[in-house]
Design a protein around this ligand. Structure first.
Ligand code: LMR
Length: 398
């Protein structure tokens, strides 16, 4: 039976991760996968998380099942982080979060939920979007379509193109996937005014906003990064949010995410939550506990959450510093083209505009691994590798 299987190939980000590990060169540089690395090139465990884990080991009294929605304390904290304690939807009992295995788990539960409501549900995604968005959505039975987003000429947002395309093609009942902040892969985000226009359009047209929030805190700050998301959430009668603590808590392998549902009223919320639980039960039954308990333990303690917040500030600052440092190193190498995109784009990723030949040249000639579409993980840069990277990039850009 297995001989009939048609390989769909491995996801390009994960394939490059494997190729990097197998590369014997010692001065190789990994700018592929979106993980935060410190100045020493390590993917650190945050001190606040380490401390919470110590407490957990001491205090945990049972390993019994957590239930389909996951850890209740964690689920109660998520909407406050995403929407704020003052959210009117929260006060009206119209919001619920369910713990999921990472942001991908949340996207899958959200997509399965949409498919269970309406088979062949249309989901609009940006061009480009994260490499896993379309596979997750289509495997769940959704039909994806693309709206313009990135403008190669200035490596910025093609806002007019996006809105004109959606105006022409999106119809009531379609869902639209938006990135809350630090757009993956481009690092290009709408400004607040543009979020207001997107919100007006989405609501006027009767679209369902499905927001992916995987990088809160890595752009401008925990509050600033969700200003657009909060603007929609205050107004939309219904909404889905897929969120992740992988990046802002550095707990990638613990798989800590959530699907947050906003419904018209508490009664509809209960029904929708039940439908999401049905999806969860048949997918993976219930989420793992440790990572979510670690996050809840940090957030429940004033000292630990202050420490976490300081560490997150350091991470964000290092990313911003690396953006400026790379720009400066390229300028020093007489790269004359406009490099302001490096410091304008937000979060871990920068879309360099390198095509497939340049991406391959960087890997083969310089040992620099960047994603196939030219995306780099800025958090993979350090004073150790900046010169190697700048030399390689300069060679490609000249
Ligand atoms: C990325 O985009 O690099 C991360 O979100 C990791 C992944 O799973 O692709």
């Amino acid at each position: 039976m297995f001989e009939t299987i048609k390989s769909r190939g491995i996801d390009q980000i994960l394939a490059l991760m494997q190729a990097f590990r197998a590369d014997p060169r010692t001065n190789k540089v990994d700018l592929v996968v979106g993980v935060y690395k410190d100045a020493d090139g390590k993917v650190p465990v945050m001190r606040a998380v380490k401390e919470a884990e110590r407490l957990l080991i001491d205090e945990e009294t049972t390993k019994t099942y957590v239930g389909m929605a996951g850890d209740p304390e964690y689920c109660g904290l998520v909407p406050k982080i995403l929407l704020s304690e003052g959210s009117s939807a929260l006060a009206a009992g119209r919001v619920v979060s369910l713990q999921t295995p990472g942001g991908s788990g949340a996207l899958k539960v959200g997509s399965d939920l949409l498919n269970s409501i309406k088979p062949d549900q249309k989901l609009w995604v940006s061009t480009p979007t994260w490499a896993n968005h379309v596979p997750v959505a289509t495997d769940a039975g959704l039909v994806t379509d693309q709206y313009p987003y990135f403008r190669p000429s200035d490596r910025g947002l093609d806002f007019e193109g996006m809105m004109a395309h959606l105006d022409q093609h999106a119809v009531a009942g379609d869902a639209i996937l938006l990135h809350a902040c630090c757009h993956n892969p481009t690092g290009v985000d709408p400004n607040f005014e543009q979020w207001q226009s997107i919100t007006d359009f989405v609501l006027d047209r009767g679209l369902l906003p499905f927001v992916d929030c995987a990088y809160q805190g890595l752009g401008d700050g925990m509050e600033q990064d969700v200003a657009g998301l909060r603007h929609i959430a205050e107004r939309a009668p219904e909404m889905l949010i897929a969120s992740s603590f992988s990046k802002n808590f550095g707990i990638y392998r613990e798989r800590v995410g959530a699907i947050t549902i906003i419904a018209k009223d508490p009664q509809q919320l209960a029904t929708t939550k039940g439908a999401a639980e049905t999806v969860i039960r048949s997918n993976y039954s219930m989420p793992p506990s440790h990572g979510a308990r670690s996050v809840a333990t940090v957030l429940a303690s004033r000292d630990l959450s202050d420490l976490w917040s300081e560490e997150l500030d350091e991470m964000r600052k290092r990313i911003a510093d690396m953006r400026s440092a790379l720009k400066q190193k390229l300028e020093e190498r007489q790269v004359t083209r406009d490099l302001s995109f490096l410091t304008d784009q937000k979060g871990m990723f920068s879309y360099t505009g390198f095509g497939p030949e340049q991406v391959e040249g960087l890997r083969a000639d310089h040992g620099i691994y960047v994603a196939k579409d030219g995306r780099i993980n800025v958090a993979g840069l350090s004073s150790e590798n900046l010169d190697v990277v700048a030399d390689g990039f300069a060679a490609m850009l000249r």
